[in-house]
Ligand binder design. Structure first.
Ligand code: GDP
Length: 536
């Protein structure tokens, strides 16, 4: 076994973000296919296949064949130990999607070449920028009609506010797609696929100078000329890839390819692993210092809690991102928020189809700890004489709101317990109108499935039936200004704006439109509003 330092240095932990249907699942499958981790495509997420994804353990997931909670895929390639954090993206989009990004050291943004930057990409991108992690772009579906690559880069820059640096450049698209030009190697990789799904055929690689006659034969004279013009333009811009800008998320290396036909996936993976960082340090809030991932003492934080892994038990799994040192099954660690030593008895990792027990893991890895109900999202565990504590995970603005009312008032106790426990676990956010009790609670989520899961879990775990009424709120802002300095009830807001408090007593406003948000900003110049709950 390699020493600690080498183990940690070999880790690459990242998440793939995209708008639904851009090709995230396909790209993930192809990455696994290349590394021999899975034999057949289609086993990452059972959307259209009968196989279920790794984390399909809840009934609701099985019924629909989608994965509600993100899973982690680990494989080795080119001397790197790669962790892909799967971020739920369709109807199963939830706050876990956002939280998972807090555990990643880099993100790969998949963009559909015909569609460009879409709504969900924008949201996920914004969350990535909170941590200033490097963001790589994979422009997908070049085997179909695509938008002009210069336009696409322009759009990424203007809409997302990040610089772009093309690592390769596409030659044609759709029927006329001939391959890509690798700017660093200065050579063309020609596309010979016939466009069939899951093509595993090795593509012809030809090393040819731009302008060489054989290149014209290979990709067509017209394509060759266009390519020369494009490359001249790109080279004319003159800048070398600025690593410093990449590593703080200001510049995105852009790759073009086609995940479905396997084109450009392996070269992308190689370059990505070369450029992506090994585990990044997290800040210790006790000292304000960065915690070196390479230090001997183990530390990590809970970024996700998954309940009900086994229907017969109430046990939960707390997913921990390891920030430093080495994890060993059964080790003792200090739980900062609980103020107690714990035995980290069960480590599980979600790999392929079995939930293998993990004996050892290193900074950058994710382990699932057995949780009898003691952990909350954001909690720190650590070993060693000097304790550390990682920052809270931000509370992200919900976008959908419902009023949840208990049907049988005799079950008040169970209702309150259920709502509070589920909110503590991070499955939902709950809000109270000052002066109102807990008989009816406002619930905020980022994805509609969270509400369905809530209803089902209240029924099966707490025996409580509820009524759900949709509310018209779309935007929320936390009030950052010190509550002692103003009267909550006297804020000047539109009539349909609701004043509420969250679980921790923080005050916030629920709005029915961005117009109303602007009104509140204009009319209350002394009040500071924030889209994120607790981001310092
Ligand atoms: P996700 O929602 O982002 O995970 O997207 P999927 O990977 O499920 O892909 C959505 C659809 O696009 C599927 O029908 C894929 O087969 C298709 N697709 C993905 N990548 C490509 C590609 O490179 N070319 C083409 N033509 N189709 C693709």
């Amino acid at each position: 076994m390699a020493p600690l330092a080498d183990q940690i240095a070999s880790r690459r932990t990242f998440a793939i973000i995209s708008h639904p249907d851009a090709g995230k699942t396909t790209l993930t499958e192809k990455l696994l296919l290349y590394t021999g981790s899975i034999q057949t495509a289609g086993s990452v997420k059972g959307k259209s296949s009968s196989k279920h994804a790794v984390s399909d353990w809840m009934d609701i997931e099985k019924e629909r064949g989608i994965s509600v909670t993100s899973s982690v895929l680990q494989f080795t390639y080119d001397g790197c130990c790669v962790n892909i954090l799967d971020t739920p993206g369709h109807q199963d989009f939830s706050e876990d999607t956002y939280r998972t990004l807090m555990a990643a050291d880099a993100a790969v943004m998949v963009i559909d070449a015909a569609k460009g930057v879409e709504a969900q990409t924008k949201k996920l991108f914004k969350v990535c920028t909170l941590r200033h992690i490097p963001i790589f772009t994979f422009v997908n579906k070049l085997d179909r009609e695509a938008r002009d690559p210069f336009d696409l880069m322009e759009e990424i820059e203007s809409v997302l506010g990040i610089g772009t640096y093309p690592m390769n450049w596409p030659i044609g698209c759709g029927q006329n797609f001939r391959g890509v030009f690798n700017r660093r190697a200065r050579r063309v990789i020609a596309f010979e696929g016939d466009g069939h799904a899951n093509a595993t055929k090795k593509v012809a690689e030809i090393e040819a100078e731009l302008g060489a006659p054989e290149l014209g034969e290979l990709i067509g004279e017209a394509n060759h000329e266009n390519l020369m013009d494009d490359i001249e333009l790109l080279d004319g811009a003159g800048d070398e890839l600025d690593y410093a800008a990449v590593s703080c998320g200001k510049l995105s290396p852009v790759f073009f390819g086609s995940a479905l036909t396997n084109f450009g996936v392996e070269p992308f993976l190689k370059e990505f692993l070369r450029l992506a960082p090994s585990p990044l340090p997290y800040t210790d809030t006790l000292t304000g210092e960065q915690v070196d991932p390479q230090r001997d003492d183990f530390s990590g934080f809970v970024f996700k809690i998954q309940a009900n892994m086994d229907k017969n038990h109430r046990d939960r799994i707390a997913f921990v991102r390891i920030c430093s040192g080495k994890f060993e099954r059964g080790m003792e660690a200090f739980h900062m928020q609980g103020g107690k030593k714990l035995k980290l008895a069960t480590g599980t990792s979600l790999m392929a189809d079995d939930r293998a027990i993990v004996d050892e893991a290193y900074a950058g890895d994710i382990v699932g700890l057995f949780d009898p109900g003691i952990f909350s999202i954001g909690d720190t565990v650590c070993t060693g004489k000097t304790h550390v504590q990682f920052p809270e995970i931000p509370t992200f603005a919900p976008e959908m709101f419902s009023r949840i009312t208990q049907v049988n008032t005799l079950k008040r106790k169970q209702f309150v317990k259920g709502m509070e426990e589920l909110a503590q676990e991070g499955a939902i956010q709950i809000f109270r109108e000052p002066g109102f009790g807990m008989e009816s609670v406002i619930v905020g989520v980022v994805g509609v499935l969270q509400l369905e899961v809530l209803e089902q879990r209240l029924k099966s775990e707490y025996g409580v039936e509820v009524r759900r009424t949709g509310l018209p709120y779309t935007d929320v802002r936390w009030i950052k200004t010190d509550p002692k300095t103003f009267e909550f009830s006297s804020l000047n807001v539109t009539r349909d704006t609701l004043k509420v408090e969250d679980m921790r007593g923080r005050r916030l406003l629920l709005f029915t439109s961005p117009w109303n948000v602007n009104w509140a900003v204009d009319k209350n110049p002394d009040i500071e509003l924030s889209e994120v709950g607790n981001w310092e």
